[in-house]
Design a binder for this molecule. Structure first.
Ligand SMILES: O=P(O)(O)OC[C@H]1O[C@H](OP(=O)(O)OP(=O)(O)O)[C@H](O)[C@@H]1O
Ligand SMILES: O=c1cc[nH]c(=O)[nH]1
Ligand SMILES: [Mg+2]
Length: 211
């Protein structure tokens, strides 16, 4: 597993405002989108491309185009939806599929409650979006789901991770072609499975509801 933790003052600045419990949902949503666009720059470094020729007003130029099959972006509902616009802004011709997952707050076990993905993911590059990697259970279930469907290459973009969850994902995905791109790697998980210092419940903070 390759891990990249953003080391950029703008990322840390925006994350600091996200962490602040006084930040209201509209600002939280705008910042989550901006953060993803910054992280997407790194996350798409290995996007598959092929050479193409174009005519400039002056001469022939060789450039690059994103190859087929197009990358598949998979936000994990609910909170991952807050990252979708920021990602597709950078890669407008990517396809988008959806996975709805919820973590049982007692057992911390994830469950998939909705799925809308292309049937066949063989030979696909997939980009999972989920702001929080806490125990790692949700991300791991999403990763396994995509690989089981035939994906060959998965990159997860998360705003904040706990070391415990990152380690769990790494141990369970040995030999997989997996990259994790993070805005920050925090200190730890608390006794109820929240990231410390984290930002609280990302879904609640994005959408202003509880649950
Ligand atoms: O690493 P884990 O311990 O699995 O926790 C992380 C998961 O928890 C949050 O989702 P949640 O279950 O709160 O659903 P929501 O997005 O609908 O709020 C978050 O968006 C991740 O999907
Ligand atoms: O800190 C956490 C852990 C799981 N899910 C969240 O939204 N936040
Ligand atoms: Mg939640």
């Amino acid at each position: 597993m390759r891990v990249h933790v953003a080391d950029h003052p703008l990322v840390t600045h925006k994350l600091t405002v996200l962490r602040d419990k006084r930040t209201p949902s509209p600002t939280f949503r705008a910042l989550a989108e901006e953060l993803v666009t910054l992280l997407a720059y790194e996350a798409t470094r290995s996007v598959r491309v092929e050479p193409i020729e174009v005519e400039t007003p002056v001469a022939q130029a060789t450039g690059l185009a994103i190859s087929d099959p197009k990358p598949l972006v998979v936000p994990i509902l609910r909170a991952g939806l807050g990252m979708l616009e920021g990602m597709v802004k950078l890669m407008p011709n990517a396809e988008v599929g959806f996975l709805g997952m919820v973590r049982n707050e007692e057992t911390l076990q994830p469950a998939i409650y909705a799925e809308r993905l292309p049937e066949d993911l063989s030979n696909r590059q997939c980009f999972i979006l989920d702001p929080m990697l806490a125990t790692g259970g949700s991300l791991l279930a999403a990763i396994e789901y995509l690989f089981d469907r035939g994906a060959v290459d998965v990159t997860a973009v998360c705003l904040i991770a706990a070391p415990e969850g990152l380690k769990a994902v790494e141990e369970a995905t040995q030999g997989r072609n997996l990259t994790v791109v993070l805005g920050a790697l925090d200190e730890k998980l608390n006794e109820v499975g929240y990231i410390v210092p984290g930002l609280g419940d990302a879904g609640d903070r994005l959408y202003g509801t509880v649950g």
